[in-house]
Design a binder for this molecule. Structure first.
Ligand code: BES
Ligand code: ZN
Length: 960
C-alpha cells in the first residue's frame, strides 16, 4: 500500500511508455487525421459507428447496468490528444486522439466494458479497439464490439477469457467534437484585440472523461495517467502533472508542438484536465518548492488580475498542509481562469479550473465581494487537493462528504489568508441558513445515500445540490465543534494517511474520528461518532429545539415549514436527533449539554424573570431554537437595550429562526417582525444580511399587494440611520469603510435605502450613473456600489440606460464587472427590454452559455420580469432541457429562480400543470427543484391566508 509502490511503478513503466508514445504518436495521429479529413460530415455520436446492440435496454446484461463490473482494474493510461483550434473542412472543431489502457483482470471474464461517449472510434479489423496481453500472455481475440448508448459503454466481447492476475493493453484511436458544450474536452472562445481566440479545455466531473477518451470512468477506478498533447506552435499545453518534454515536430506536413507530461499520481478520471491556449501566467514557488502558477487571458494577466489569487494561494496551501498534517501531494499547482466554464470552479488535481470571476480580481473595478469570492473558491478547491483528490470517495453517493467537507473548510482556509474578514462567521449565511431553507421541506432527502440509489449521469448530477454542499458543511462544522478542532483534525489526518491515493466510504472517516476521540482524554461523547452522526446524515431534516425557561424543559421536534405536511419518508430514528447544545445564560457561557431524547428536563435552563437563555451559542449546531414567550421577550429587550451582549452570529440566527418559526406557524409573525426593531442600532453585516434575506422574502410575497406600502414605510424608517451612518463615515459616499464586512453593510444600506425611497438615495445613484454615461471612460462609481447603482439606474431609466449598460457589458474586460452589468440589465421595468434580454439568453454570441440560466434567474427576480421569464422558459422548454437538463447546478437553479415568487393558487396550478405536461421528458437534474417549488408555493399560500392581515397591521402600526 501507499505512495512508494506507485512511484516505483511509475519509474519502471515511464521509459517504456515514453518510447512508445514517441513512436506511435506521429504515425497514429497522422493516420487518424488523414482519415478524419477524408470523412464526410462526421457526427460524433456513437450511433454512427455502432452496429445494432444485441440486447435491448431493459435487459439485465452487464452493459445495461450503469456501474462497471468488478472484473477489471485499470493500472495506467497513455493518452495523446490533438485538439484542432480551427474548423475542419466540414465546418467543425474536432480533436483526434489515441489512447491505451493497461488493466489487470481481477475476475475471469470474456467481456470488457469501458466508458466511451460521443467518440468516433477507428475500426481495426472491424472492431473498435485492439487488445494485447502483457508479459507474454496472449490476449483472447475480439469477437465483437459495439456501443451501448444508454450506459455510455464501448462493449467488447471476447472469444476467450481474460485471466485473473494478468494484465492487458487495450488500444483505441478516435476523433471527437471539440464542441462549445462545457463538457468533457470542449472549446471556449473569447475576443482579444479584436481577434477571436479559441482554446481547448476540459471539465470531466462527473461523467465526462469518457467524452475525451475511453476510460473506466468511475471515481474508485484510480490509475496513473501519461498524457501527451499535440498543439499549435504558438500555444501552451497544460495538464495535471508537470510537462517533462516540449518539442517541435512535424505531423503530416504541419509543424506542431508536442508536450509530454510526467505520469500523474494514482488518481480518478474525473480529476483529469488538459488545456491548450495562448494564455499567460504569473508564478511563485512556495517554501517547499511547489510551483504555483495563475493562468488567464493575456490581457487579464497583464492587468494584474491574477495577482490576488497568487498572493492567497500560498497561505492557503500552507494552511491545509498544517490542518491535514500532510504535505501538498504534487509538485506544482496550476490554477487557470476560463472564459467559458459551467460551474464556479473545478478541483482538477494540479490544474484547478475556474470561472474568471472566481479567480481573477481587479482592484480598480472589482468589489470586495468579488475578492471574497476568489479567496473562498480558491480555498474550497485547494481543500479538495487532499480531501477528494488524494483520498477519493469511492462512489458518487458519498459526494456530500466530499463537497460538504470542502464547503466547510473553505472558510478555515480563507480565514487564514484573510484573518480580518470574519470568514468563519459567514458560514451561517452561506451554508447553514441556505441548507435550512430546503431541509425544512418534506421533499428534502437524507445527506447520505445508498450506493445503489445513484446510478445514471443525471442522478449523479443531482447530487451536487444544496443538501450535499451546505447541509454537509453545516453538520461537519457541528461535528468538528463538538469533537473540538484538534480531535477532528487528528482523525482527519489519520484518515488521509490510511487512504492516500486510494478510495474510501464515509464511515471510514467516522472510524478515524472515533479513534481520535478514544485517544484523547477529556473529550467525552454520549454515544459513538457513528451513532451521533447517523441521526444527522441518515434522516432528512433537522430539529427545532424548544426551551421552556419557566421549567427548564428542553425538547425537540422535526422542523417543517409546512406544519401539516405529511412526511412520507420513514426514518429509523423517528426524526429525533442527538443534539449538542452550546448555550449561555444572561452573559455567562454554560457547559454544553446533549439532548438525547425527545424531551428532557435541564434544570439550569430554568431562569428567573430577569435572566434570559440563548441556545445554539455561536450557531455551531444544525438546528433552530424556540423559547417560551417570556424568554423571547427578554431576548428582544436585550437586543434593543444592548445587542452587543449577544454574539453577532446569534443575533443573525435569532432573526432567521424567528422568521422561519413564524413561517412554520410555530410562533406569531409579529414576534418575528419585532426582531427587526433593534436593527435601528445594528451596524454589523451578518445580522443585517440575515434580516435582509427574510425581509426580501416578504418583499416578494407582498410587493403585489396592499401590504407593500406599509412595509416599505417601516423598512425605510429602519434603514435610515444605517444609510446616514454610512453617508457620514464615507464622506458622503465618496469613500468606503475600512472594515471588510462593513463594506458589505454599506452596500445593504444603499440598496435598501434606495429600494424603500430614503431621501437622497435615488438621486445619488442616478447622478453617478448619469456621470458615467456622459463619460464612459471614467466610471466614478465605487466598485463595491456598482451592482446597486447600476440596477437602480437601469430600473429608473429606459432604453437609453439599458443600451448603455449593454454596450458596457460587451466591452467589459473584467469578468466581475460584466456580471454586475449583466445582472443590472435585468432590473429594467420595461417589458420589451426584458423580453429581448430573455431572447439573448438563447444566443451564445450575446450571453455565454455558462451565464444563460443565471441571467434568466436575474430577470425572474424582477417583479415585472417574473412572469415573462416563466413564460419564456416554458415556451422554450425543449431547448433548455436539452441544453441544461443534465447539468449540475444550473438546471435546478433555473427552476427554483423562475418559481421563486410564486405564492398564489393560480401560480400553484400553473406549476402543477407544468409538472404534468412535461412528465414524459421529466425534469432531469431539476426534478427535486420542481418538487420543492410546489411545496414552497403551497406553504406560502396557506401562510398568507392566515398572516397577511396581521402583517399588514403590524407594518401600519410600526410605520406610523
Ligand atoms: N467539484 C465542484 C465543481 C463541480 C460541481 C463539478 C458540479 C461538476 C458538477 C467544485 O469543487 C465546486 O464545488 N465548485 C463550486 C464552488 C465552491 C466554492 C462551492 C462551484 O462550482 O460553485
Ligand atoms: Zn467542491
Amino acid at each position: 500500500m501507499g505512495k512508494g509502490y506507485y512511484i516505483s511503478r511509475h519509474l519502471a513503466t515511464a521509459a517504456m511508455v515514453l518510447a512508445a508514445i514517441a513512436l506511435l504518436t506521429i504515425i497514429a495521429l497522422s493516420v487518424v487525421y488523414n482519415r478524419e479529413k477524408s470523412k464526410n460530415a462526421a457526427k460524433f455520436t456513437n450511433a454512427t459507428t455502432s452496429p445494432v446492440p444485441p440486447t435491448q435496454k431493459t435487459s439485465n446484461e452487464p452493459w445495461d447496468k450503469y456501474r462497471l463490473p468488478d472484473t477489471l482494474s485499470p493500472e495506467y493510461y497513455n493518452v495523446t490528444l490533438w485538439p484542432r483550434l480551427v474548423k475542419n473542412a466540414n465546418g467543425m472543431y474536432i480533436f483526434t486522439g489515441i489512447s491505451g489502457v493497461m488493466f489487470t483482470c481481477v475476475k475471469k471474464t470474456d467481456l470488457i466494458l469501458i466508458h466511451s461517449n460521443k467518440l468516433n472510434l477507428t475500426l481495426f479489423k472491424g472492431h473498435h479497439a485492439k487488445l494485447t496481453g502483457q508479459s507474454g500472455v496472449t490476449a483472447p481475440a475480439i469477437k465483437t464490439t459495439w456501443f451501448q448508448m444508454e450506459t455510455q459503454y464501448l462493449v467488447i466481447q471476447l472469444e476467450g477469457k481474460l485471466k485473473p492476475g494478468k494484465s492487458y493493453w487495450l488500444y483505441t484511436e478516435f476523433t471527437g467534437e471539440l464542441a462549445d458544450d462545457l463538457e468533457g474536452f470542449y472549446r471556449s472562445e473569447y475576443m482579444e484585440d479584436g481577434e477571436k481566440k479559441i482554446i481547448a479545455i476540459t471539465q470531466m466531473q462527473a461523467t465526462y472523461a469518457r467524452k475525451a477518451f475511453p476510460c473506466f470512468d468511475e471515481p474508485g477506478m484510480k490509475a496513473v495517467f501519461h498524457i501527451t498533447l499535440i498543439h499549435d506552435l504558438e500555444t501552451t499545453a497544460l495538464s495535471n502533472s508537470q510537462e517533462i518534454k516540449t518539442e517541435k515536430v512535424t505531423i503530416d506536413g504541419t509543424a506542431v508542438t508536442r508536450t509530454i507530461f510526467g505520469p500523474t499520481k494514482k488518481m480518478s478520471t474525473y480529476l483529469i484536465a488538459f488545456v491548450v491556449s495562448d494564455f499567460k501566467y504569473i508564478s511563485a514557488k512556495d517554501k517547499k518548492g511547489v510551483l504555483v502558477r495563475i493562468w488567464a487571458r493575456k490581457k487579464a494577466i497583464e492587468d494584474g488580475q491574477g495577482n490576488y489569487a497568487l498572493k492567497i494561494t500560498q497561505p492557503i496551501l500552507e494552511f491545509f498542509e498544517k490542518y491535514y498534517n500532510t504535505s501538498y501531494p504534487l509538485s506544482k499547482s496550476d490554477q487557470i481562469a476560463l472564459p467559458d466554464f459551467n460551474s464556479g470552479a473545478m478541483e482538477n488535481w494540479g490544474l484547478v479550473a475556474y470561472r474568471e470571476t472566481a479567480l481573477l480580481y481587479d482592484p480598480q473595478t472589482s468589489a470586495n465581494g468579488n475578492k471574497q469570492r476568489v479567496v473562498t473558491v480558491v480555498s474550497h478547491e485547494l481543500a479538495h487537493m487532499w480531501f477528494g483528490n488524494l483520498v477519493t470517495l469511492k462512489w458518487w453517493n458519498d459526494l456530500w462528504l466530499n463537497e460538504g467537507f470542502a464547503s466547510y473548510v473553505e472558510y478555515l482556509g480563507a480565514d487564514y489568508a484573510e484573518p480580518t474578514w470574519d470568514m468563519k462567521d459567514q458560514t451561517i449565511l452561506y451554508d447553514l441558513q441556505r441548507a435550512f431553507a430546503v431541509d425544512s421541506l418534506t421533499s428534502s432527502h437524507p445527506l447520505s445515500r445508498k450506493e445503489e440509489e445513484v446510478n445514471t449521469p443525471s442522478e449523479i448530477s443531482e447530487m451536487f445540490n444544496t443538501i450535499s454542499y451546505s447541509k454537509g458543511a453545516a453538520v461537519l462544522k457541528m461535528l468538528s465543534e463538538f469533537l473540538t478542532e484538534p480531535v477532528f483534525a487528528k482523525g482527519l489526518s489519520n484518515y488521509l494517511k490510511q487512504f492516500a491515493f486510494g478510495s474510501s466510504v464515509y464511515t471510514d472517516l467516522w472510524d478515524h474520528l472515533q479513534k481520535a476521540v478514544d485517544q484523547t482524554p477529556g473529550v467525552k461523547l454520549p454515544y459513538s461518532v457513528h451513532e451521533i452522526m447517523n441521526r444527522w446524515i441518515l434522516q432528512m431534516g433537522f430539529p427545532v429545539i424548544t426551551i421552556d425557561t419557566r421549567t427548564g424543559n428542553v425538547s425537540q421536534k422535526h422542523f417543517l415549514l409546512e406544519p401539516e405536511a405529511v412526511v412520507d419518508r420513514k426514518s429509523e430514528f423517528n426524526y429525533e436527533w442527538f443534539v449538542p447544545i452550546k448555550w449561555m445564560k444572561k452573559q455567562q457561557v454554560q457547559d454544553q449539554l446533549w439532548l438525547l431524547q425527545k424531551s428532557a428536563l435541564h434544570k439550569p435552563m430554568k431562569v428567573s424573570k430577569n435572566e434570559w437563555v440563548l441556545a445554539n451559542l455561536h450557531v455551531s449546531g444544525y438546528f433552530r431554537v424556540n423559547y417560551d414567550l417570556g424568554n423571547w421577550e427578554r431576548l428582544l429587550s436585550q437586543l434593543e437595550s444592548g445587542h452587543q451582549v449577544i454574539p453577532v452570529v446569534n443575533r443573525a440566527q435569532i432573526l432567521d429562526d424567528a422568521f422561519n418559526l413564524a413561517r412554520a406557524s410555530i410562533i406569531n409573525i409579529t414576534l418575528a417582525l419585532r426582531t427587526t426593531k433593534y436593527l435601528l442600532h445594528e451596524r454589523k453585516y451578518i445580522p443585517w444580511e440575515a434580516a435582509l434575506r427574510n425581509l426580501n422574502y416578504f418583499f416578494q410575497l407582498f410587493d403585489r399587494s396592499e401590504v407593500y406600502g406599509a412595509m416599505q414605510a417601516y423598512l425605510k424608517k429602519q434603514v435610515k440611520p444605517l444609510f446616514e451612518y454610512f453617508g457620514n463615515i464615507s464622506s458622503n459616499w465618496t469613500a468606503v469603510p475600512s472594515g471588510h464586512t462593513d463594506q458589505f453593510t454599506q452596500i445593504i444600506a444603499l440598496s435598501l435605502a434606495c429600494s424603500t425611497g430614503v431621501e437622497g438615495c435615488r438621486e445619488l445613484t442616478r447622478n453617478w450613473f448619469k456621470k458615467w454615461m456622459q463619460n464612459p471612460h471614467n466610471n466614478v462609481i465605487h466598485p463595491n456600489l456598482r451592482s446597486t447603482v447600476y440596477c437602480n439606474a437601469i430600473a429608473a431609466g429606459g432604453a437609453e440606460e439599458w443600451n448603455f449598460g449593454w454596450q458596457m457589458f460587451q466591452k467589459a474586460t473584467v469578468a466581475a464587472e460584466a456580471v454586475k452589468l449583466r445582472s443590472a440589465l435585468a432590473c429594467t421595468k420595461v417589458p420589451w427590454l426584458l423580453n429581448r434580454y430573455l431572447e439573448y439568453t438563447m444566443n451564445p454570441e450575446k450571453i455565454r452559455k455558462q451565464d444563460a440560466t443565471s441571467t434568466i434567474g436575474y430577470i425572474a427576480s424582477n417583479i415585472i420580469g417574473q412572469s415573462l421569464a416563466w413564460d419564456f422558459v416554458r415556451a422554450n422548454w425543449d431547448y433548455f432541457f436539452k441544453m441544461y437538463g443534465t447539468g449540475s447546478f444550473s438546471f435546478s437553479r433555473l427552476i427554483s429562480d423562475i418559481t421563486y415568487r410564486f405564492c398564489t393558487p393560480f401560480e400553484l396550478s400553473q406549476l402543477k400543470r407544468f409538472q404534468k405536461d412535461n412528465a414524459e421528458t421529466g425534469f432531469g437534474s431539476g426534478t427535486r427543484a420542481l418538487q420543492q417549488a410546489i411545496e414552497k408555493t403551497t406553504a406560502k399560500i396557506k401562510w398568507l391566508a392566515e398572516n397577511k392581515e396581521p402583517v399588514h397591521q403590524w407594518f401600519l402600526s410600526e410605520s406610523a
